[in-house]
Design a binder for this molecule. Sequence first.
Ligand code: CTP
Length: 399
Amino acid sequence: MLDGKRILLIVGGGIAAYKCLELIRRLRERGASVTPVMTRAAEEFVTPLSLSALAGEAVHRDLFDLTKEAEMGHIQLSRVADLVVVAPATADLMAKMAAGLANDLASTLLMATDTPVMIVPAMNVRMWEHPATQRNLKVLHGDGITVVGPDSGDMACGEFGPGRMSDPMTILAAIEGALSEGPLKGRRIVITSGPTHEPIDPVRYIANRSSGAQGTAIAAALRDLGAEVVFVSGPADVARPTGVEVVNVETAREMRDAVLSALPADAGVFAAAVADWRVARESDKKIKKKAGALPVLEFAENPDILAEVSQMATGRPRLVVGFAAETDDVITNATAKRDRKGCDWIVANDVSPSTGIMGGLENAVVVISDTGAEEWPRMSKADVAKRLAQRIAQALTGR
Ligand code: CTP
């Protein structure tokens, strides 16, 4: 139920705007109040009258509406809500949000608000897949904004693919999730994420292609369920999640030390792509090129953080989740990895370049536990994170 919760609903200009009418009804049925805001473009798709009639409140449309400014200024309007929902979030609105523009009422409210923001993207598939939108999406994820959908399927424009706005019931579930007290309230969870850098000399290092996207999304999803998250990250591409404790590290050994000092915790999620080896003797001076003499690097094994935490005799987190990045025989290799490391679950994925998973926005995982292997369909890394966070909540709380 959403009794007494206040939603500021910003309706963008897209054909999917009509779905907001249904969304408003469902929100009000559950006891929420809805304050609608429309962009100019939204008025081409739904009328202010239908929104205000269903919401039972006036619709806000203009930044410089002096009557409304006198009643409730736009800054105040942006802050009275428990949650700001942008649906449909058009490519234009997402770009404005990512760039921090504030040139109309909707974008100004989004800049001025101090309450959590959820966006529900909807646009043509090409626009969704455009590098600019994907870039903006990454920025918005990094800013701690919750993204719901988009779904794949036939679109109003006649094309097929991702870009369809999620249906009202899915949005409703996401809103309920975002506003709930959170099943993980009071639980502490340590997450490793990103690659590690293993120095060769002061200017060179060994690294891998992990972007940190999946670990970051998991941190955000666990935070959204109320967990106290310690996020131990190597030098990742994506911005660190907000609302969590961030510990920045560079090498596997630093990551291990940071994890051990973050314990005790209720759960550990080891999503980092930790380098298995480091250079045995790091040179403290830049290695110079000498004619005819190629440098030879000798390696030393790095500590296996997942195995060490899984096998702790005392103080082991109740739930230890590892990841397995494989390029072949995913289930067989990951099952063996789970046994070898001693963790409770392994989230395995195929990171062959042809899958586009490493460094991409989507993931297709198999979750291996003592009950066997469960294949999840390919979905966004954010959705994998949400599903995994739900599972973790169930395992820790029985809810
Ligand atoms: N891991 C870790 N410390 C390491 C190496 C890996 O904590 N030194 C963790 C990763 O975070 C991941 C899991 O172990 O959760 C599996 O990582 P992966 O690289 O797939 O496995 P490896 O043990 O390195 O096995 P291999 O490279 O032989 O597949």
